[in-house]
Design a protein around this ligand. Structure first.
Ligand SMILES: [Zn+2]
Ligand SMILES: [Zn+2]
Length: 343
């Protein structure tokens, strides 16, 4: 069976997510007020007072992911040193810093250790030592992934691969998910930019549901890509890697990066293809900038390697298994494509 949807006069009216069964209806929300959802974001005020040095320092002293506070975090497992990463844009900006990316166990394992052979298989990857952007205009001007640069993001993905190899030395682990929360609205518990890797005894429920849907509709991914292309939602295509604005995402602004022909793990991807996947994902993160978002990289279980990015600055209202998609989505995608072309 094919993906169920309805198009009238060339525009999508509704589409059913073949994995969750949730139906997205396309509606015109241009007149809708987002004041309540966006309320309380004082960093959006046009001219916030510039933060004073002591305020910034206080935030960094309290941050377990900041350089100098390494002892506050669990024991380090891996790092990338500045010498190993000559292109690092933070060089010379933090005195005496000895790492650019750092890995340790998450203090709070997502999955109880007893289920993964007595080993904590939840990890934190600190993406960069810099807590704040170069010239913060407020204490909310945090470093974000999109500001790190494409080369840095590739280093980060290579670190994920290295860490995955470590995780898979535990024979109780059969699946690894990579997760990122950026910004308070996305549920991030630490302001300092970091990823999480979670090793699980079996594919986690969403992956399992995706694999089930794929078994029922083997052409699901190709159909979806063909459909988003037809609807003007395709963002980029780079030799085996496709990105698009997803009409079946969990939020009104959800994006997917998919390698439809590659059904393996990040660890088995040839370096050039790994770079292409990282680059396409990074380009989306760069365009979204400091906006609150989350992303997950899903792999294994026979699925094409893919990532979901959710923009989190928009109201989330799942009513009885229905979502609303803004009718302006194709014009947003056109603007995204234009912005990417300028980069
Ligand atoms: Zn920090
Ligand atoms: Zn997925």
């Amino acid at each position: 069976m094919a993906i169920e949807y309805e198009v009238r006069d060339g525009a999508l009216v509704w589409i059913k997510n073949p994995i969750t069964g949730v139906i997205s209806y396309v509606v015109d929300v241009r007149g809708k007020s987002f004041a309540f959802t966006l309320g309380g974001r004082e960093e959006l005020a046009p001219d916030p007072p510039p933060p004073d040095e002591p305020t910034l320092r206080k935030a960094m002293v309290a941050c377990p992911f900041c350089p100098g506070n390494e002892a506050q975090a669990p024991a380090e497992l891996m790092r990338v040193t500045p010498a190993e990463f000559p292109g690092w844009t933070g060089a010379g900006k933090i005195e005496g810093v000895s790492w650019t990316i750092r890995v340790f166990n998450n203090l709070f394992p997502r999955i109880p250790e007893v289920l993964t052979g007595g080993r904590n298989e939840s990890y934190v990857v600190v993406e960069d030592p810099r807590h704040f952007l170069d010239h913060p205009r407020s204490v909310n001007d945090l470093t974000f992934t999109g500001a790190l640069g494409e080369e840095h993001f590739f280093e980060l993905i290579k670190m994920d691969v290295r860490l995955m190899r470590h995780i898979f030395t535990n024979s109780a682990v059969h699946s690894v998910v990579i997760r990122k929360n950026q910004g308070r609205e996305s549920g991030a518990s630490q302001p300092h930019p970091h990823q999480q890797l979670i090793g699980a005894p079996s594919p986690l429920p969403v992956i399992e549901a995706e694999a089930r849907a794929q078994a029922a509709h083997p052409e699901m991914w190709h159909e979806l890509i063909e459909l988003v292309d037809r609807l003007g939602l395709l963002i980029e295509r780079d030799d085996g890697v496709v990105s698009y604005s997803s009409p079946i995402g969990a939020f009104p602004r959800s994006y997917e990066i998919v390698m439809p022909e590659y059904r393996g793990l990040l660890t088995d991807l040839p370096p050039e293809e790994l770079r292409r996947f990282a680059r396409t994902l990074y380009r989306m993160l760069k365009i979204l900038g400091p906006l609150p978002l989350d992303y997950e990289i899903h792999q294994g279980a026979g699925l094409p390697l893919h990532a979901h990015i959710n923009g989190r600055l928009y109201p989330y209202s799942n009513v009885a298994g229905t979502l609303n998609l803004p009718s302006v989505l194709p014009s947003n995608v056109a603007a995204l494509r234009k912005a990417l072309a300028r980069n």
